[in-house]
Design a protein around this ligand. Sequence first.
Ligand code: NAD
Length: 357
Amino acid sequence: MKILITGGSGFIGSALIRYFIDNTQHHIINVDKITYASQIDGLCEYQAHEHYTFYQFDICNAEVLSQVLTQHTPDVIFHLAAESHVDRSISGAMPFIDTNIVGTFTLLESAKAYWSALPESKQADFRFIHVSTDEVYGDLPFDNEENKPSKFTESSPYLPNSPYSASKAASDHLVRAWHRTYGFPAMITHCSNNYGSHQHNEKLIPRVIACALAGKLLPVYGEGKQVRDWLHVDDHISALIAVMEKGLLGEVYNIGGDCEMSNLSLVKQLCRTLNELTQSQTDYQEKIEFVADRLGHDRRYAIENHKICSELGWSPKTDFTSGLYNTVKWYLDNPQWLKIDGDEIMKPLFSGSSLKK
Ligand code: NAD
């Protein structure tokens, strides 16, 4: 098969490409603009691989998109290209509107034109998988706080709270409409927080490791009470493969790790793992610093993953403690991924002083 992946140089896209190249004979076409978030180093060993082709351009460029689609005739498109950092969306939403909404629209139009022109036999096999987030459902009360359903399901209402999640919600609606109106063969996935190797150091886990190794304080928003559901990126990849192979067109699949944890518990576990792996004299937990909370910070995300488990036979395989241990070990073995540009990474993005040391 020929598989086109947008955002293939990002954290999850590069894991998907590494999986395909290492385990299959599929030809992979990576379309990525290479923003600050890209991990080109994470794919350098594949640059000359016979099953890998890379194009650097913006998915808002309809002309180049059409040329690439016509030239490579993909059987599947995974759409992962996005602006993905909530904090950045709060300080400046425009790139999120451009890529996540206009970019998805442009890709849908180009892919629809390409798909419509395919011979019938190929048309029937074509699939478009839109990779989205659980954040489009808004947030949940903390456990037992209110008498409400406690996890997001595929029929939970859309209630996005950040510019990032609003832009992803908009992109989901476009994909849904293109399926319903034009019969475009699309599926949508909503995944919880991923962790693993090759993640940009602005995200919580690599950021805490980077700060710890640089001898800095470890910033935790608010009081660290926010709860996230964590999933190893390899389990996300196996879920996306299950959706590609067995998913039904027009369907939505939620992907979660059944692994809820407050941010503070996560950072404490990270510190214990760092203490063990670095044999440091410092107890990293003493370096935790509570900083001014993110604006509009969602309280709790939790995903009900029953549908994908029962219908597609998927389940998360990575135990969180060993997954986190291996992730920390990977960053310690690859310190270039933690490079800190000046002191920028340590600064909270919002004004306000530390709440407590
Ligand atoms: P990332 O920020 O690490 O990577 C995004 C990639 O998209 C980058 O390589 C970037 O260069 C590329 N890109 C951005 N704008 C582009 C444009 N206009 N044209 C072409 N390429 C462009 O993101 P990620 O964490 O790998 O997330 C990938 C997808 O998965 C996103 O759609 C995100 O919303 C979704 N998702 C992420 C998580 C998570 O925990 N990271 C969870 C659920 C869903």
